[in-house]
Write a protein that binds this ligand. Structure first.
Ligand SMILES: *[C@@H]1O[C@H](CO)[C@@H](O)[C@H](O)[C@H]1NC(C)=O
Length: 379
C-alpha cells in the first residue's frame, strides 16, 4: 500500500495528525497567498509518465513524491560534436552545440565529442494550481527539470531535489525555468549537478515569485570556470518580475548568483552566500535589487563590475532607514566574512515595493543558520 511508506501510523489504522500530507508553512514576500493545489486529493505518482501527467493536466493537484523519479534514458541519448570554450582540461565544462551556439558564438573553441541525455534538455511542464511536495528526503527528480511557463500560475514546489541534468555540458538542461508565470513559490528545493541554469526566468513577465529556504549547490566536477564551482546559478531576466529570494543557501558557485536584468524587482533577504570562487551578483540594465540581511562568506566579489542597474546594498544604519517609507521598516545590514564589498545606494526604485507583500528580515547573523535549514528534508 503506497500510503504506508509515507505514513506508517495511518496504515496501522491510528490517527494521522502527526503526518499531515500537504504544504508546510506559507510563502512570504511577493508570492504570499499562493495556494497551489489547495485541498485537492493527494496523488502519489509511481512512474515518470504519471508524474508528467499530473503536473501537466488541467486539474488542481497536490502531488507527493515518495521516491526518485529518474528521467535519464527516457528520451534517449545523443552523441554529437560540441565545443570547449573554456578548454579541454579535466574539470572544465564543455558545451552542446544547441541552436548552433558553438558554431555561432564559439567559432574558435576546440571541437569535442559530447554524449548527453535528451531528457535533460527540456523540463517537465507544470500547469496552474499544483502543489508538488516531497516526502521527507525521498522526493528526487533526476535528469529533468521543471518548466513553469506560458501563463501558469498558483504553483508551490516544496521539499524536492532536482539533480543530474547533464552537468558536464552547458545547454544540458535548466533545473527550474519560469517564463510568463505568476504566483509561484519554490521552497526547500535543492538543485545540484545541473548543466546550465539552476534557475532561469526568461524574458516574459513572471510577476510574483518567492524562492525561499532553497539550496543552490554549485559543487561540480564540470565547471565553466574549471574550478569545481558552477557558473550558471540564478538568472532573472523577466520583463516585469517581482522576485523574493529569502533564506536560501547559495554555495560553491562562480557567477550568476544571481544575474539580474530585464525589469526585475528583486528583494534579496537573509540569504547565505558561501564559498564562491568569483562573484555573486551581476546587475544588468533594468535590474532593481534590494539586498538586506544577507551573509556573504568567502565571496571574493559579492557584486561584479560594472553595475548597470540599480542596487541598494543596505550600506549603513542611517541610509537603511530610508527603507521605512516603502517597506514599513528599516533595512538590515548585510554581513561579510572573507569577502569583498557590495556597495549600492540606489533608492529611487523603492517606490515599486508600494502595495506589494514584502518579506520580513532578520539580522544577517541569523542568516548564517540558513546553511542547515535550507534544502530538502528540513520542513
Ligand atoms: C486555478 O484555480 C482557480 C481557483 O479555483 C480557477 O479560477 C482557475 O481557473 C484555475 N486555473 C486553471 C488554469 O485551471
Amino acid at each position: 500500500m503506497r500510503f504506508s511508506s509515507l505514513c506508517g501510523i495511518a496504515a496501522a489504522g491510528l490517527s494521522c495528525s502527526v503526518c499531515a500530507v500537504g504544504v508546510s508553512g506559507a510563502a512570504q514576500g511577493f508570492a504570499k497567498g499562493v495556494t497551489g493545489g489547495g485541498s485537492a486529493t493527494v496523488v502519489y505518482p509511481t512512474t515518470t509518465a504519471e508524474l508528467v501527467s499530473y503536473l501537466g493536466d488541467s486539474s488542481a493537484r497536490v502531488i507527493v513524491l515518495t521516491k526518485t523519479f529518474d528521467f535519464t534514458g527516457t528520451e534517449g541519448t545523443v552523441s554529437a560534436t560540441g565545443c570547449a570554450p573554456w578548454g579541454t582540461a579535466s574539470g572544465c565544462q564543455t558545451a552542446i552545440n544547441a541552436n548552433d551556439w558553438c558554431t555561432n558564438y564559439q567559432p574558435d573553441a576546440p571541437k569535442v565529442s559530447v554524449q548527453y541525455d535528451s531528457a535533460g534538455l527540456l523540463g517537465i511542464t507544470v500547469k496552474s494550481n499544483k502543489s508538488l511536495i516531497g516526502s521527507g528526503t525521498a522526493g528526487v527528480i533526476k535528469g529533468k527539470g521543471l518548466r513553469i511557463v506560458s501563463g501558469a500560475s498558483n504553483i508551490i514546489i516544496q521539499n524536492i531535489h532536482i539533480t543530474g541534468l547533464n552537468p558536464q555540458y552547458v545547454w544540458g538542461g535548466d533545473a527550474i525555468t519560469l517564463n510568463g508565470a505568476d504566483m509561484v513559490w519554490i521552497d526547500h528545493v535543492k538543485t545540484s549537478l545541473i548543466g546550465r541554469q539552476h534557475y532561469v526566468f526568461g524574458y516574459d513577465a513572471s510577476n510574483r515569485v518567492t524562492i525561499s529556504n532553497s539550496e543552490i549547490d554549485g559543487s561540480t566536477s564540470w565547471s565553466a570556470t574549471c574550478d569545481g564551482h558552477h557558473y550558471w546559478g540564478l538568472l532573472f531576466d523577466g520583463s516585469n518580475d517581482l522576485v523574493t529570494l529569502q533564506q536560501n543557501y547559495i554555495h560553491h558557485t562562480s557567477g550568476r548568483s544571481p544575474k539580474v536584468g530585464g525589469n526585475t524587482l528583486l528583494h534579496m533577504v537573509n540569504n547565505y552566500f558561501y564559498a564562491s570562487s568569483d562573484h555573486a551578483l551581476e546587475v544588468d540594465a533594468g535590474a532593481m535589487i534590494l539586498a538586506e540581511g544577507n551573509v556573504f562568506q568567502n565571496i571574493p566579489s559579492p557584486v561584479i563590475s560594472p553595475i548597470s542597474g540599480q542596487l541598494f546594498g543596505s550600506p549603513d544604519t542611517n541610509t537603511n532607514a530610508e527603507c521605512s517609507t516603502y517597506l514599513g521598516r528599516a533595512c538590515q545590514l548585510n554581513a561579510f566574512g572573507s569577502s569583498g564589498s557590495l556597495g549600492g545606494t540606489d533608492t529611487a526604485f523603492f517606490v515599486n515595493f508600494q502595495g506589494k507583500n514584502i518579506a520580513g528580515a532578520t539580522t544577517a547573523v541569523d542568516a548564517k543558520a540558513v546553511s542547515t535549514s535550507a534544502g530538502i528534508g528540513k520542513v
